[in-house]
Design a binder for this molecule. Structure first.
Ligand SMILES: [Fe+2]
Length: 252
């Protein structure tokens, strides 16, 4: 089975369109979204409409922005621009898209007995995995959750990265450059972030996604240029904080 893995779309229609057009000729069977369909940018309905009408089967879990926009969480932990964007989004979502967001399950979730998916971390959807220490606690939890499964895809940090548990410790790798291939080895366990489609934060403004071939056990990371200036203009025209548009230009 081959999976298209996307995360943190954040209402960025230009970025999602660019990724979907890049993968048009690539082979994959299912689409997996690790949460945060909405928040920050100005096209929540376009992004959700596009995901809901994908021509392939899809699986998703909710992200922290999705649950605030859906009214499941008051957003007390959000910074002011994020909270403002969440409220702006909630007022504009179509009934169908609001229902869709409300239905998205809380991670972690086991997919096809092949891998686990979560938003922030297997332990907590709102927590980040940045360090080997964060990863180590989550490897313990993952083992309790699904001991036979050695791969977990997560989002939330918006940074394409891989944490590998091996006999002599945890390797931390930030994925750099346009294209990367990771061959998964037996006997190791992996926490893998495909990066963010709609708001990359690794100083690379290109949209980020991954393809996972579960038969070959290979993850392909890819970056796609898109018209971030157009997304920024829409954010500003919508009256959302300008910094939400500015950061897209530098990938921060
Ligand atoms: Fe996010």
């Amino acid at each position: 089975m081959r999976y298209l893995i996307i995360s943190d779309l954040h209402s960025n229609d230009e970025a999602l369109s660019a990724v979907l057009s890049r993968v048009k000729r690539k082979r994959f069977d299912k689409v997996i979204c690790l949460g945060d369909f909405v928040g920050y940018a100005a096209d929540p309905n376009k992004v959700l409409d596009k995901f809901r009408t994908l021509p392939k089967p899809s699986i998703a879990i909710r992200g922290n922005h999705d649950k605030v926009v859906a009214g499941v969480d008051p957003g007390e932990m959000f910074n002011p621009p994020a909270l403002l964007a969440a409220r702006w989004t909630a007022e504009r979502l179509s009934r169908e898209n609001l229902d869709f967001l409300r239905r998205q399950p809380l991670g972690p979730m086991l997919v096809d007995d092949a891998f686990v998916v979560c938003h922030g971390s297997p332990l907590d959807e709102d927590a980040y995995i940045f360090s080997d220490f964060d990863a180590s606690m989550n490897f313990v939890h993952l083992n309790r959750l699904a001991s036979a499964v050695d791969i977990c895809f997560f989002g939330h940090s918006h940074i394409p990265s891989v944490f590998t548990l091996q006999p002599d410790g945890i390797d931390v790798e930030a994925i750099r450059g346009s294209r990367n291939k990771l061959v998964l080895e037996k006997g190791k366990r992996y926490l893998i972030n495909p990066g963010s489609v709609g708001q990359p934060r690794d100083r690379n403004p290109r949209a980020s996604y991954a393809l996972y071939d579960s038969l070959e056990r290979v993850v392909y990371f890819d970056r796609v240029p898109y018209d971030a200036r157009a997304t920024r203009t829409k954010i500003i025209r919508a009256g959302l904080p300008a910094m939400l548009g500015d950061r897209l230009l530098i990938g921060l």
